[in-house]
Write a protein that binds this ligand. Structure first.
Ligand SMILES: C[S@@+](CC[C@H](N)C(=O)[O-])C[C@H]1O[C@@H](n2cnc3c(N)ncnc32)[C@H](O)[C@@H]1O
Length: 269
């Protein structure tokens, strides 16, 4: 299987598919993937409590659908929004859909690992529906580097161990693999546990037990043993120190790894 992590061509081709998924989620009451609905993005973005003065980074901004939501949260003409994405085609779409957004002015293409800004540039960072496509340990380090001390980061992802009866989660993982879609699972407990050693802390945690709970905003604040998705607000508590995170993500969920192991054993007789 080819690895398309940080593969610009892959993400350039993905844009129109993503836009159709968002449109479907917004228009169809019973859309299968309601997580892509703008309302959910807005609910979670609001947790960042963005104000007029905040410099906001939209990491993996895609076609810029957050921009309209952002504009609705600040006073007219106070736009401190910056969007970055690995896909230049996404940014062209963002520009043509949103008057006010312009490539190389407030939209920037980059390589998917090194954020093209200086340390402590942003007050608030939105990373919604992107982290599971990324080299997570590297990207989290970069997000914390460009965040100001006291700043907030919204991060969402999938957990490495989900419920064994979560058939939809299992099917989604299989489908992503068939499409060679970068699909990283996070050991969320490990990520959260490591934050203090990186001068950061989780100030709000939302855990979604099964696939489908996130779009319904059906979350638990205490971490269950197994769950499918998570959304956390991270606060930077002290200055950035260049230090690597211990590995907390993998291309396969624990469920999938267990299944592969069982199949191997069965094949060996
Ligand atoms: C599912 S879309 C979400 C887009 C946007 N955040 C939204 O909610 O509409 C994933 C986006 O992540 C971008 N992406 C993929 N890998 C990335 C990386 N390593 N760094 C930044 N963006 C990346 C893709 O190009 C795509 O625009």
């Amino acid at each position: 299987m080819q690895d398309h992590t940080n593969d610009k061509q892959f993400w350039n081709n993905y844009v129109t598919y993503w836009e159709s998924k968002v449109q479907q989620a917004n228009e169809e009451e019973n859309a299968k993937d309601k997580t892509n609905d703008d309302g959910i993005l807005e609910t979670y973005f609001k947790k960042l409590k963005v104000n007029n003065k905040d410099q906001v980074l939209d990491y993996g901004c895609g076609s810029g659908r957050l921009y309209a939501i952002y504009k609705g949260t600040v006073d007219k003409n106070v736009y401190n929004y910056t969007g970055i994405d690995i896909s230049g085609v996404s940014l062209e779409h963002a520009q043509s859909k949103n008057p006010g957004l312009e490539v190389n002015k407030n939209l920037f293409e980059f390589n998917g690992t090194q954020i093209p800004f200086e340390d402590e540039r942003f007050d608030k960072i939105n990373c919604f529906g992107v982290f599971d496509a990324c080299s997570q340990e590297v990207v989290l380090g970069e997000l914390l580097r460009v965040l100001k001390v006291g700043g907030l980061l919204l991060l969402t992802g999938k957990n490495s161990k989900y419920c064994s009866d979560d058939e939809e989660a299992k099917i989604a993982e299989e489908n992503a693999r068939k499409k060679e879609h970068p699909n990283y699972f996070t050991d969320a407990a490990s990520l959260i546990g490591q934050l203090p050693t990186h001068n950061a802390e989780a100030v709000e945690t939302c855990f979604f037990r099964k696939r489908g709970d996130f779009p319904k905003d059906r979350s638990m604040d205490q971490m269950p043993d197994k769950f499918y998705e998570w959304a956390i607000i991270i606060r930077k508590t002290g200055q950035y120190e260049k230090k690597q995170f211990t590995k907390f993500s993998d291309k396969f969920s624990e469920n999938c790894k267990e299944e592969l192991k069982a199949n191997q054993l069965a094949a060996q007789g």
